[in-house]
Design a protein around this ligand. Structure first.
Ligand code: UDX
Length: 438
């Protein structure tokens, strides 16, 4: 048994993954959520989200991982209380802090009158000034205690990729710790020292505001890096023999660039990049700073799916009345998350241009109105005029060229991730279009 009790307010893919990881390392963990469905599934040792490895950790954790919808239970047993609620975008792109503020209020109320020192850890992605401002205010007003005295307060952003969150939790590149006072920072460093069995990753200790901004700067830079690869892919398509993977491999060997996040595709999606870039743009604009690179990255990303659909339209001589198969719906493989998925955005554009769209995804079973969901990849492409490999799940990358020829009315395939082998597809008689290849 470890020295500390830990609780997580908010059981999304960050809170749930962290709760499962901490419990698997022997910490006493309580997961709290207002959503009874999530609490119930966790009580039944089932993961309420699709995140590889989490369900196994939940089972291994046994009684060390409890779930509750009672904030008092979650606070009383804990030395560290992580706020892992969502911070969705508002219509103007700025973040909605209502969930983090209500979590802080609930936590504060449960600490009222207590003389036990606890550390509140803001994990949610919040713009600079949110932790020291509204979150601290809610905690102090509800508890009657003072941050840095009656309780500790840190801002500790997460860098977990969906589909890889367990791995990223056990092997992070660094810890970022924004602290209201040294004691708060020392406390969370001690917790992570135990979690990482005395081999914690390098930690940056700074102000609450710098820690909040590091998260936005990190995601913005990653999105800009991917967007650059996506733009170079469009250039490669205009050059005979052009190959964006070769070009990106070439620049990725430059130690100042690095190879990661240069895999060109239609666009980036997910619940974080779009939200975070819009939020930091709105935050900067309020301070009279125009983030043109972020603007351009968002704009390029909006155009991506439309450009690919236009290229397909040209390739098959029009979309009206045609049958189009979208292979993959999740925003990327190994997740069930379809938020801002390029696959969905392309499907909607195909429909807008008059095509009938069907889709298959190994995990995602729900799609917006208009999509016909197929039971398998082959039934999805059967009788279609175009198939689009939109999300490069392993099962979809393995579809044989003969299957496209046999099942489709016209074997035209748009491969947005250069997953299919050009020569074997040509030999089988498939007209293969590949994003990023000339
Ligand atoms: C991201 C950040 O990586 C993570 O650190 C942060 O905590 C949350 O946001 P996530 O959105 O889950 O994680 O997935 P990620 O793997 O970063 O992919 C984001 C998008 O970029 C996906 O649409 C993915 O397909 C795309 N992508 C990623 C590329 O197109 N090319 C790449 O090389 C990498």
């Amino acid at each position: 048994m470890r020295s500390y009790g830990v609780s997580f307010f908010g059981l999304g893919y960050v809170g749930l993954t962290m709760a499962a990881c901490f419990a698997s390392k022997g910490f006493k963990v309580i997961g709290y959520d207002v959503d009874e469905g999530k609490v119930r599934s966790l009580r039944e040792k089932r993961a309420p989200i699709f995140e590889p490895g989490v369900e196994g950790l939940i089972t291994d954790a046994g009684d060390l991982l409890q779930a509750t919808d009672d904030p008092a239970e979650a606070v009383s047993a804990s030395d560290f209380i992580f706020i892992t609620t969502g911070t969705p975008s508002r219509s103007d792109g700025s973040i909605d802090t209502s969930y983090v503020r209500s979590a802080a209020k609930a936590i504060g109320e449960m600490m009222k009158g207590s003389d036990r020192y606890r550390v509140i850890v803001v994990k949610s992605t919040v713009v600079p000034g949110t932790t020291a401002g509204p979150i601290r205010a809610e905690l102090e007003a509800a508890s009657g205690l003072v941050a840095g005295k009656g309780f500790g307060l840190v801002m500790n952003p997460e860098f977990l990729k969906e589909g890889h969150a367990v791995d990223d939790m056990f092997k992070p590149d660094r810890l970022v710790v924004g602290e209201v006072d040294p004691r708060s920072g020392d406390s969370i460093v001690r917790l992570y020292d135990e979690f990482y069995d005395r081999h914690p990753p390098p930690a940056i200790r700074t102000t609450l505001e710098n820690a909040e901004l590091i998260k936005y700067a990190n995601n913005s830079f990653l999105a800009i890096k991917i967007g650059f690869a996506n733009s170079m892919a469009r250039v490669c398509q205009t050059i005979p023999g052009g190959d964006v993977d070769v070009v990106m491999k070439g620049i990725g060997l430059d130690s100042r660039i690095g190879p990661d996040f240069l895999r060109a595709g239609v666009a980036w999606g997910g619940s974080c990049f779009p939200k975070d870039l819009r939020a930091i743009r709105a935050f900067a604009a309020e301070r009279g700073v125009k983030l043109r690179l972020v603007d351009a990255s968002l704009e390029t990303n909006e155009e991506g799916p439309l450009e690919v659909v236009s290229a397909c339209e040209k390739a098959i001589g029009g979309l009206k009345g045609k049958a189009v198969a979208i292979l993959g719906l999740a925003f990327k493989p190994d997740t069930d998350d379809t938020r801002e998925s390029p696959a969905i955005r392309m499907g909607l554009e195909f429909m807008r241009k008059g095509a009938n769209v069907r889709a298959f995804d190994p995990v995602v079973r729900l799609a917006p109105p208009g999509f016909t969901i197929s039971e398998g990849p082959l039934s999805c492409i059967e009788g279609t005029d175009l198939a689009v490999l939109a999300t490069e799940w392993k099962a979809l990358r393995e579809i044989r060229p003969e299957a496209f020829v046999k099942m489709m009315r016209n074997a035209v395939v748009m491969d947005t991730r250069r997953a299919y082998d050009r020569s074997s597809f040509a030999a089988a008689g498939v007209r293969l279009l590949q994003l990023g290849r000339g």
